[in-house]
Design a protein around this ligand. Structure first.
Ligand code: SF4
Ligand code: SF4
Length: 70
């Protein structure tokens, strides 16, 4: 389990994103969900545990997960 003092923010570069759906499919906590036309969005960044699976799996290097010190 990640430390409760850590929080994360998920940045998606829509200039690179091809709406493939891998990130929302792989996210274990459903922090990334698909909007209309498969566009990935993160409505609640607090859900993100910082596992980085989305960042690693995105074929277009469109995701950047940043740890925010609180
Ligand atoms: S995995 Fe990457 S390219 Fe695919 S929907 Fe997510 S951000 Fe877009
Ligand atoms: S880092 Fe992990 S928990 Fe956070 S959005 Fe990506 S896949 Fe989901």
């Amino acid at each position: 389990m990640p430390s409760s003092t850590k929080s994360f923010k998920v940045f998606i570069n829509y200039n690179y994103c091809k709406n493939c759906g891998i990130c929302s499919w792989i996210c274990p906590v459903n922090a990334i969900i698909e909007e209309s036309f498969g566009k990935p969005v993160v409505p609640d960044h607090e859900k993100c545990t910082g596992c980085l699976q989305c960042e690693r799996m995105c074929p277009d290097f469109a995701i950047n997960v940043i740890e925010i010190n609180s």
